[in-house]
Design a protein. Structure first.
Length: 612
């Protein structure tokens, strides 16, 4: 149908132009143009003075005034703990620059919050860490925005991409916090916030494309972002292998590091990267795709009354495998997440799952203590067809482990330090999905699907003469084996101090002979250990730090960088408190000044954490 002056709000000249243009457009161009027109209308509304009503279409026969141009200035801020937000931000910044926009890209920790008042277009990519907390480099900006010092941001246009994990109670909370607060301060969303689960590729690509369309000031777009490009942005730069195309790494060694009689089992696993072209630096992580425990899979199939050999679809390509293989290798069955429960409630409306979802407290209890087999038993889900059930499940997410080797020390290899998790609950033995897979069902010669997860937020100082203080109890010592191995190979002269702890000296001193050799050779300058079960009073790494407060403070004054790896819930908080106490005792600082000192260390990248 052709446009006419009589059936449209356009004048004759505009009608003729449109009738010549529209037939030449393909479907993709029409879709893009629709989004572009919507976006510039939104910006016109934002730019309008208060009390002025925007005219949605000009009257027939009247040539409209030119639409205000979209600002060419865009600021992209990222808050990242493991590197995903950082990689995505770099990809987005590159695409924005290709569209002729002037982009300022910065980690939140490097950004001066007072600069918010000068920004017109702000894009935030941020993950949520721990129990709904901001990642370390996002804390200063998060606190500033939620303080009385936060300015009015009436002229700000913004959007937020939130990264998270639906198996955690406070899913994407940090991204939600930023979105809500920016709106409260007067900001207007360019495009709605998008909350991403662990498989963030497609959702992130869609958000990026919406943002690009909204901010584009010319009809000629620079092209779309694909989910493959998103994956590449957060993976190793040189290799074809990544999270969606993992490398099958041969297992070279799989040893138990704990001595006989220990309550713990810690696996040292060596993998071959030969032929992968995968490279890593100290501080990076290795992603491992595990398999579910066969016993749990079989129990779930029995409880649901399925035929284990029935074929079900496992991906968008339509590939089919048996139910047993699907549950073993493709889908998560140990975590209860809200999206999965919502879908199961629709499949079985009489199950009581809708009531569970309505009770936040009860749902949190279930999410934190139950797996899908518990849900099947407690809510009578037997009878849901296998194909329908697996269609709502989440893919098994990769587990990230801090790399415990230096590639300079072990070319074409990567080493992991993994503590096996086993416990009993509700009369059943429970398993850490990946740790027990590695401990019980992986042997030398087997292959594991892996990829490198770069972590720019946990890196050795650029200056090899910089002293480093490392705090890593238990498996938290893994990256420091990488750090010291790297410093040995590069001949770095900076002093090194390791605080290590576990339960018993005789059975739980991980990598003891290596630390002793490095101490003897001078690569490791100083080491203090805390074995909590070897004395009447439990002693932890933070106690050893306080015992050496004067020397530790002196190292800080000399410019030392501090690294913490391990348990986030307790250890990391206790160590942080110990550092603050040392600053107060030895530096004469007030609690507020000590907190500012530690914040400054983080901003200078002299205080880095890899906590989980």
């Amino acid at each position: 149908m052709e446009l006419q002056v009589t059936n449209s709000p356009f004048n004759q000249e505009q009608v003729e132009l449109l009738n010549r243009l529209i037939p030449t457009l393909n479907d993709g161009q029409k879709t893009w143009l629709s989004g572009y027109l919507t976006a510039i209308q939104g910006f016109a509304a934002v730019a309008a003075p208060a009390g002025v009503v925007q005219q949605t279409a000009p009257s027939a026969g009247v040539t409209p005034a030119s639409t205000p141009a979209v600002s060419k200035e865009v600021t992209v801020l990222f808050g990242s703990q493991t590197g995903n937000s950082s990689g995505l931000s770099k990809k987005l910044a590159k695409k924005l620059e290709e569209q002729g926009l002037h982009v300022t890209l910065s980690a939140m920790g490097d950004f001066k919050p007072n600069g918010l008042k000068k920004i017109e277009n702000l894009l935030i990519i941020v993950s949520t860490h721990g129990e709904g907390e901001p990642p370390d480099n996002a804390i200063p900006l998060h606190e500033f925005l939620h303080s009385k010092r936060a300015p009015k941001l009436d002229g700000l246009s913004y959007s937020v991409l939130a990264l998270g994990d639906t198996s955690y109670e406070f899913f994407c909370k940090t991204g939600k916090d930023f979105d809500i607060r920016l709106q409260e301060l007067g900001g207007t969303a360019i495009v709605p916030r998008v909350d991403c689960d662990v498989d963030f590729d497609e959702a992130a690509a869609e958000w990026m494309n919406d943002v690009l369309a909204s901010l584009s000031s010319t009809p000629a777009a620079a092209g779309t972002v694909t989910s493959e490009a998103v994956v590449a942005a957060v993976s190793s730069d040189e290799s074809e292998f990544n999270r969606t195309n993992p490398f099958k790494a041969e297992v070279l060694e799989n040893l138990n590091l704990n001595g006989r009689g220990s309550d713990r089992e810690t696996r040292h696993i060596e993998l071959s990267l030969e032929g992968s072209n995968l490279d890593y630096e100290p501080g990076d992580s290795l992603g491992v795709f595990p398999e579910n425990h066969p016993r749990l899979v079989d129990e779930l199939i029995t409880a649901m009354g399925w035929n284990a050999d029935e074929r079900v679809t496992v991906n968008k390509a339509g590939d089919q495998v048996s139910v047993r293989e699907a549950l073993l290798r493709y889908f998560e069955i140990t975590a209860v997440t809200k999206p999965v429960v919502e879908q199961l409630a629709k499949l079985n409306p009489g199950s009581g799952l809708a009531a569970l979802l309505a009770d936040d407290s009860e749902f949190r209890t279930v999410m934190n203590s139950c797996d899908l087999l518990d849900l099947v038993h407690d809510y009578g889900l037997k009878g849901i067809p296998a194909a329908s059930f697996v269609a709502v499940l989440r893919k098994i997410p990769a587990r990230l482990y801090s790399i415990a080797s230096s590639s300079k020390s072990f070319p074409d290899e990567v080493h992991l330090t993994v503590r096996t998790v086993r416990y009993e609950s509700r009369g059943r033995e429970r398993y850490g999905v990946c740790s027990v897979h590695l401990a019980e069902r992986v042997e030398s010669g087997d292959a594991l699907p892996v990829f490198i997860q770069q972590n720019p937020n946990f890196k050795l100082p650029e200056n090899p003469d910089t002293p480093i203080i490392m705090v890593g109890p238990g498996t938290g010592v893994a990256p420091f084996r990488s750090f010291i191995g790297e410093r040995e190979e590069t001949g770095a002269e900076g002093k090194t101090w390791l605080f290590y702890g576990d339960q018993h000296f005789s059975t739980d001193f991980l990598y003891q002979t290596e630390w002793q050799r490095w101490l003897k050779d001078g690569v490791l300058t100083k080491m203090d250990v805390a074995f909590s079960r070897d004395a009447e009073e439990k002693v932890y790494v933070q106690h050893r730090m306080l015992e050496h407060s004067k020397e530790l403070y002196q190292w800080l004054q000399e410019g030392a960088s501090v690294y913490i790896c391990g348990d986030e819930k307790r250890m990391a908080h206790d160590v942080h408190a110990a550092l603050a106490t040392i600053l107060e005792q030895e530096g004469g600082l007030t609690p507020e000044q000590a907190a500012e000192y530690l914040t400054r260390l983080q901003q200078e990248k002299r205080y880095q954490r890899d906590v989980y």
